[in-house]
Design a protein around this ligand. Structure first.
Ligand code: PLP
Length: 344
């Protein structure tokens, strides 16, 4: 294990260790990926809105479409790839992999002599109903990035789990023992918080609970697809959940939707998140820039009646947002009033 202080630091460590362990320099990553915002992690960030203005990036970092095994195979065939870094479920957009994608990606990496890295900074530590999301597909990556929930979200922490062969190739002897590290990585406070977190996860059975309540959340919210024209899809794994919106079928409301979205892509999502927060005191977020996807990552300690309250509040909010002109007017009024208050 290589200790770190944040998720992005764990990813930086993965890039360095993959390069040193393989003697190769290229790093592959998925389009729409998010791995953090320091320069190495940003070099494998698949979202232009985060990258713009910060280049040039690390050379040899190349994107491939998430889920496209042929593209991965083509890149690996060049024989110069140190690692493919991938989130088991993409945090931006909550994109779930096809059933066989990750296992096949791992196999292709192995065959090509590249390391397979799972970034579990968001999906790890119980979030998806397994301690690590990779357990859903029986993966055994060479490198695993952890952070966020590892300390219960309270103390800055990060960790890179490294396979024994890769670790031994990089830290091979006294002189090389301190090749990578940082002053506070693995500090006592973070370690104590992580140990306490792991104890609570076990004692309270929070991982199994995430699976059970995640299933309930999907069961309660999937019917929204049939109930509302604007709901395209509801998806999730454990307590990592998202709802995607799209234009309504009616000609007039569709035209209005398109006109508004052309000027402000992703605005419909705000017609849901803002009233959810103001009227129901429920905080969720849009799952990325310029997309009509809302995402919820509730605490693993959430109660069943809170899941039910969320599903009801969501249905009520969507039915109001679907009456588009009125919802837009309310949204504009609220935003305008707030701006006026800030100016005063
Ligand atoms: C998948 C993933 N990797 C890395 C990071 C970066 O973590 P941090 O913000 O702790 O640097 C994040 C943060 O959201 C993330 O979701």
């Amino acid at each position: 294990m290589v200790p770190a202080n944040t998720g992005t630091e764990a990813v930086e460590a993965a890039i360095k260790i993959a390069r040193a362990a393989t003697g190769r320099s290229r790093v592959l990553y998925a389009e729409h990926a998010f791995h953090g915002l320091t320069l190495g992690s940003l070099s494998i960030n698949g979202n232009t809105e985060f990258r713009e203005g910060f280049g040039p990036f690390l050379p040899g970092c190349d994107p491939i479409p998430f889920g496209d095994l042929e593209a991965l195979e083509r890149q690996l065939a060049r024989g110069d790839v140190a690692t493919f870094v991938v989130e088991p479920v993409q945090g931006k957009g909550v994109n779930l992999p096809a059933a066989d994608y990750l296992a096949a990606a791992q196999r292709l990496c192995r065959e090509a002599g590249a390391l397979f890295t799972c970034d579990e900074v968001q999906t790890g530590v119980g979030r998806t109903g397994r301690f690590l999301a990779l357990e859903h597909w029986g993966l055994e990556p060479d490198l695993i990035c952890l952070a966020k929930a590892l300390s219960g979200g309270l103390v800055p922490i990060g960790a890179l789990l490294v396979s024994r062969p890769a670790f031994d190739r990089v830290f091979d002897g006294m002189e090389r023992a301190v090749r990578h590290g940082s002053t506070f990585g693995g500090n006592d406070l973070a370690a104590a918080a992580a140990l306490a977190t792991l104890r609570v996860l076990d004692r309270e059975g929070l991982v199994a609970r995430a699976e059970r309540l995640g299933d309930l959340l999907l069961e309660l919210t999937r019917p929204l697809v049939d109930r509302f024209e604007v709901v395209r899809e509801v998806r999730g794994l454990g307590l990592m959940w998202a709802i995607e919106f799209g234009p309504p079928a009616g000609l007039t409301s569709r035209k209005l939707w398109q006109a508004v979205e052309e000027r402000q892509p992703g605005l419909f999502s705000q017609l849901v998140t803002v009233p959810l927060f103001h009227e129901h005191r429920i905080l969720c977020q849009v799952a990325g820039h310029r997309m009509n996807v809302i995402k919820a990552l509730p605490a693993l300690t959430i109660e069943e009646d809170e899941v039910r309250r969320f599903a009801e509040a969501l249905a009520q909010t969507i039915s109001e947002a679907e009456r588009y002109p009125a919802a837009l007017a309310r949204f504009g009024l609220r935003t305008g009033l707030r701006a006026a208050r800030v100016r005063r």
